[in-house]
Design a binder for this molecule. Structure first.
Ligand code: ADP
Ligand code: ZN
Length: 209
């Protein structure tokens, strides 16, 4: 199955994708994770996107489409995938439609106030990308990843100034994709508020998986 996860930053796309991977047995592909890995490696791509990401802006479409094209060409993506954080613009959606059309676009609905609360308490592992929340899903040992022992930190774009800008960017550039996928008959809407396990059950029901 080829799935796109839509929704504002902090909607829980990454958390849900990690859970859904066990159900669907397809890879979780997050463009945010791919870019963060490039930044960490200090690659030419990483140097280009570092400052854009820190402020919460969008990486240019050409670079983003290229990184997705490359990732989808790998063997593990043959039988399906969950794309988390892509497409985020209409041109990205157009190019994916030509490259490998998704079966469904799953939109996680979460109100702004909740999203802002979640992002300001979100933490991420620098080593493996595992997502935590100091309020609701804290690592067992403060600042240390349960899964890999890596450093659990606050992303630059989860700081207050960047959060507001990311939500504005989402409204302008990404939200129109909901209607876009609706018009294609691919849209599935899910209430994203609640415990991730509860949201996963809603997801399974809605998709019949
Ligand atoms: P979020 O928590 O906002 O969903 P992500 O981890 O998906 O964050 O993305 C982090 C950052 O990476 C974005 O703010 C943006 O700078 C960049 N990025 C990720 N995916 C895309 C994309 N499809 N198009 C442009 N930029 C992207
Ligand atoms: Zn880790």
């Amino acid at each position: 199955m080829k799935l796109i996860f839509l929704g504002p930053p902090g909607a829980g796309k990454g958390t849900l994708a990690d859970l859904a991977v066990d159900v669907l047995k397809v890879p979780h592909i997050s463009t945010g994770d791919l870019f963060r890995a490039a930044v960490k490696a200090g690659s030419p791509l990483g140097l280009k996107v570092k400052d854009i990401m820190a402020t919460g802006g969008l990486v240019p479409d050409e670079l983003t489409i290229e990184i997705v094209r490359e990732r989808l060409s790998q063997p593990d993506a043959k039988n399906g995938w969950i794309l988390d954080g892509f497409p985020r613009t209409i041109p990205q959606a157009d190019s994916l439609e030509k490259l490998a059309p998704a079966d469904r676009a799953v939109n996680f609905e979460v109100a702004d106030e909740i999203v802002i609360g979640r992002l300001s308490t979100r933490r991420v592992c620098r080593g493996c990308g595992k997502i935590y929340n100091v309020k609701t899903m804290a690592p067992k040992k403060d600042g240390v990843c349960d899964a890999c022992g890596g450093e659990v930190y606050t992303r630059d774009d989860d700081k207050a100034e960047a959060i507001k800008f990311r939500l504005e960017t989402y409204r302008k550039q990404t939200e129109p994709l909901i209607a876009w996928f609706g018009a294609k008959g691919k849209l599935v809407t899910i209430d994203g508020v609640g415990d991730p396990k509860v949201v996963l059950e809603r997801f399974r029901k809605a998709l019949g998986v």
